[in-house]
Design a protein around this ligand. Structure first.
Ligand code: ADP
Length: 894
């Protein structure tokens, strides 16, 4: 732990340290000064002593010389010479002493010079005395200044001594100051030492107090930590750096099965055993990586913890390194928890989602329920049973997956869950009351007290069932069945959470079943409507044929303009109109049921336009409209079913004629536009309100009923137009500037990819039959009117005609009558037309006869069947007289 001093303490310490360093340093300098002063003083004393020695030797020399001069005794000379030597010695000593001081050195040099010159003058006088006697000396001294040679030397020596004494005085002052300083600094040093000691004691006390508080905090935190780890929901294991367990909280003890006392000190691998859920391979322990790499490590999914007693649990965990204050890893902590519940909840939700996605398909719900039951197995149940109750109360078991049960041999279908419809529990109870039944733990049930009864409990237990959940399926307030989920593993027990999931599923199943029923009902209604329309059209055709034939007969031989002929012509037109309506009705129901097959050929748009105009001519003329046809001379080819496209254009022309007041203008135009042939039918009639434009192509749509009723439409013409155009890969659209401003219908059909030649199809114009040879004809139709009228018509045209009204009768007639042509209805009582045809073709005498099928069914499939049965022609009722005449013509040509 890093201890930090506050700022003032630091400043104090720095000052103290500075002073503690300063005191000895100044003391050192003071002591040095004192020592230097002492050396200097000693030196000055030596110099003063040396000066005194020179002075004394000079005086001794002077005295020795005088003694000789006065006495003249030779015995006085040696002391004289000794004195000279002594003076020289002391002079040179003085010179040595003052060598370091330039001032004194200068004086010493002059003193030495004065000594030598003095000795020289003394020697001169001495010599004079020895040689000339005392008188010469006196003579020599007369007139000379009575000055001794010692005097200048003494002056120099006095100056030297004065100089040294001044220095001594100065040294003395300095020494006193240094001493005083040393005393003061010594006192300051002692005081500082005391202060430092005080501070040290204070800091020590403070640090002791702080560490005591820290220790208390650590104790408190450890306690807090222990309590927290003990009460968290996660399991926690701590290890040291070697990976040995140092701590387990109670949850970890429970999940691993290791009490702390046993686990501490053991290797983590021993206490915390983990394997992969599916491969069972040991999983790398995350604590190992946390220790080795010092990083936080999460555990891979699908890990199973194996407890000390072998119990396995899915867990989710992570490990993190424990670091000390310096950042070093001191161990690892492993945090994990049991995710059994979470996994089960996830599985339940996945099951719910998957099951719901199955329900989206509106197929039959029985197979859907079976699929859901299969989905449930493994994710939500070990066995799943669906029971359905029909309106009569009969129960049906849809699905069971009893493989999970612990019994061998054939599986019992149901006995445990409902032999007794009044049983107070299980599926009978659920079906009866509409309330769910949940048994979380079958083993915990008291067989005597539980409503299930001892026998059934024993049987369920015998199959290894541990828990079950039965929920009702309700639809429109009625319980229509139930789903039972059964578990054979102690790990899966049904409780409130599972009940919620199951009820959610039941609600979705109920909605899906209702939707399926609704959808089926709608489909059924639609199918019935189509069937009704088809049957209606077919039945309407039958009476139309004889009426038409009758009109033809009545018109024969009547002059044009005759009132009766005009009436008959009008009736014929009306019948034509009715036939047209019935045909449309029939076609639209066929197209709706996908029963129209196109017979495509390369055909020119011009030919189509002409045929359509031909078909609609009568209506256009009746309305006294002006028709403008504007089709390019350059051929435009399409690959199309000629009849169907003529029908489309004729329908549009008829509408234009119908919905345009008399005397209007109708225009039919065609042009190539990109890859399409565009055909337009424009009129200047009633027009179509904008809001109706998108709707008019829908079945049974009409604009404004009163007017349209008078026009006698059914509201299916445009539906048929659109469906036929779409069958050709084209589009049709309508535009109108508004009411009474006319309309334009635009049809686009893809142009034929390669230019080709259109098959030439002569327009079906009636050929006169006058002069044609007489033929033998058998007419077979159970509709007597139809047979009679056709027979009459053929007889009027000069042919020999016989009739029959069922298959056997036809065969009987053929025993005596040898026809050239048989016109045969298909739907005959007793024996159908196909059979009659096969018999005719099987007979040697009749093999060459021409067979014409006359039937209400005109699809390719119908035509193929008649062809296969041996028919030569296939005519659709009510057959146009012209069609029959065409057949007759080919026969008479033979
Ligand atoms: P309908 O048998 O009534 O003619 P259609 O399907 O042919 O049935 O037409 C649907 C409706 O579209 C008609 O009832 C009519 O109101 C409107 N319609 C069709 N063609 C025209 C047109 N050329 N001018 C005005 N209205 C039209």
């Amino acid at each position: 732990m890093r201890q930090r001093f506050d700022r003032n303490t630091v400043i104090g310490l720095v000052v103290l340290a500075a002073m503690m360093v300063g005191v000895p340093v100044t003391t050192y300098f003071n002591a040095r000064d004192l020592r230097n002063d002492a050396i200097d003083a000693a030196h000055s004393h030596e110099v003063i002593d040396a000066v005194a020695a020179v002075r004394s030797d000079a005086r001794k020399l002077q005295a020795a010389q005088r003694a000789y001069i006065i006495t003249g005794g030779e015995d006085r000379l040696p002391p004289y010479h000794e004195a000279i030597s002594a003076l020289r010695v002391s002079g040179s000593q003085l010179r040595t002493l003052t060598a370091g001081d330039p001032d004194q050195n200068q004086r010493t040099e002059s003193a030495v010079r004065e000594i030598e010159s003095g000795i020289a003058s003394l020697d001169a006088v001495t010599t004079l005395r020895r040689e000339k006697g005392l008188g010469a000396i006196l003579e020599f001294s007369r007139g000379r200044e009575n000055r001794s040679f010692v005097d200048p030397l003494l002056e120099t020596l006095a100056a030297m001594e004065g100089y040294e004494r001044d220095r001594l005085a100065a040294r003395n002052t300095e020494t006193t100051e240094a001493y005083t300083r040393t005393v003061y600094y010594g006192i300051a040093g002692a005081v500082l030492g005391l202060v430092a000691l005080g501070m040290f004691v204070w800091l020590l006390a403070r640090s002791l107090r702080a560490s005591a508080a820290a220790a208390a905090l650590v104790r408190e935190q450890r306690e807090w930590f222990r309590t927290t780890l003990g009460s968290v929901g996660d399991a926690i294991i701590a290890t040291d750096t070697a990976g040995n367990v140092t701590f387990l909280n109670p949850v970890a003890e429970k999940l691993t099965g290791w009490p702390t006392a046993d686990a501490v000190g053991r290797s983590l691998h021993e206490v915390f055993r983990i394997v992969n859920e599916s491969t069972r391979a040991p999983v790398d322990n995350p604590a190992r990586r946390a220790l080795a790499e010092g990083v936080v490590v999460g555990l891979a999914n699908h890990t199973i913890l194996i407890a000390r007693d072998g119990t396995e649990r899915p867990i989710d965990d992570s490990a993190a390194p424990i670091r000390d204050g310096a950042g070093g890893v001191t161990g690892a902590v492993l945090v994990f928890h049991d995710i059994t519940d979470r996994k089960r909840a996830e599985e339940s939700m996945r099951f719910l989602a998957d099951a719901s996605s199955q329900l989206v398909e509106l197929v039959d719900y029985e197979s859907t329920l079976r699929r859901i039951a299969n989905l449930a197995v493994g994710r939500f149940a070990d066995w799943c049973v669906v029971d359905l109750v029909d309106d009569a109360g009969n129960r049906r078991r849809l699905s069971s997956n009893p493989e999970a049960l612990a019994v061998a041999g054939p599986r019992p279908v149901d006995p445990a869950l409902g032999p007794d419809p009044n049983a107070p529990d299980g599926i009978p109870h659920v079906l009866r009351t509409g309330a769910p039944d949940v048994v979380p733990d079958l083993d915990a049930l008291d067989p005597r007290a539980a409503p299930l009864g001892p026998d059934r409990i024993a049987r369920l237990r015998g199959w290894g069932i541990k828990s079950y959940l039965a929920i009702p399926l309700a639809s429109r307030g009625r319980t229509i069945g139930g789903v039972t989920f059964l578990s054979t593993s102690a790990a899966r027990r049904y409780g409130p959470a599972e009940l919620v999931v199951a009820q959610d599923l039941a609600a979705r199943i109920a909605v899906a079943i209702e939707n399926t029923i609704l959808y089926r009902t709608l489909q059924e209604q639609d199918r019935r409507k189509d069937e009704f329309l088809a049957t209606l059209a077919h039945e309407l055709r039958n009476p139309l044929a004889p009426i038409r034939n009758g009109l033809q007969i009545l018109r024969i031989g009547r002059p044009p303009g005759d009132p009766a002929e005009r009436t008959l012509a009008m009736m014929d037109r009306q019948i034509g109109q009715m036939v047209h309506l019935v045909d449309d009705l029939m076609d639209v129901s066929r197209v709706s049921r996908g029963k129209v097959i196109l017979r495509k050929e390369r055909v020119g748009v011009r030919a189509l336009a002409e045929a359509a105009v031909e078909t609609s001519r009568q209506m256009i003329e009746t309305g006294k409209h002006e028709l403008v046809v504007c089709v390019p001379a350059d051929p435009l080819f399409v690959d199309a079913d000629r009849t169907r496209l003529v029908q489309v254009l004729a329908n549009l022309l008829n509408n234009a004629a119908k919905y345009t007041p008399p005397g209007g203008r109708i225009e039919l135009s065609a042009e190539p536009r990109g890859a399409d042939a565009v055909v337009r039918v424009t009129d200047n009639g009633l027009g179509i309100p904008t809001e109706m434009l998108p709707k008019i192509f829908e079945m049974f749509t009409q604009v404004g009923s009163s007017l349209d009723r008078s026009q006698g439409g059914l509201g299916i013409g445009l539906t048929l137009v659109r469906r036929l155009v779409e069958l050709h890969g084209g589009t049709v659209s309508a535009e109108s500037p508004g009411p009474n401003r006319g309309s334009t219908f635009t049809v686009r059909i893809p142009l034929a990819v390669e230019a080709g030649t259109a098959s030439t199809h002569p327009p079906g114009t009636a050929e006169p039959s006058a002069g044609a040879p007489k033929l033998n004809i058998l007419v077979v139709d159970d509709n007597r009117d139809a047979a009679d009228s056709l027979a009459l018509l053929l007889e009027v045209k000069g042919h020999e005609v016989r009739m029959a009204h069922d298959g056997p009768e036809a065969l009987r007639v053929l025993e005596t009558f040898r026809p050239d042509l048989i016109v045969l209805d298909i739907g005959l009582p007793g024996m159908n037309g196909y059979e009659v045809a096969r018999r005719v073709r099987g007979s040697t005498e009749l093999r060459a006869v021409t067979l014409v099928a006359l039937t209400g069914w005109g699809q390719e499939e119908d035509r193929r069947r008649t062809r296969d049965a041996g028919f030569d022609y296939h005519l659709v009722k009510p057959a146009d007289v012209t069609e029959i005449e065409k057949v007759l013509k080919t026969l008479t040509k033979k």
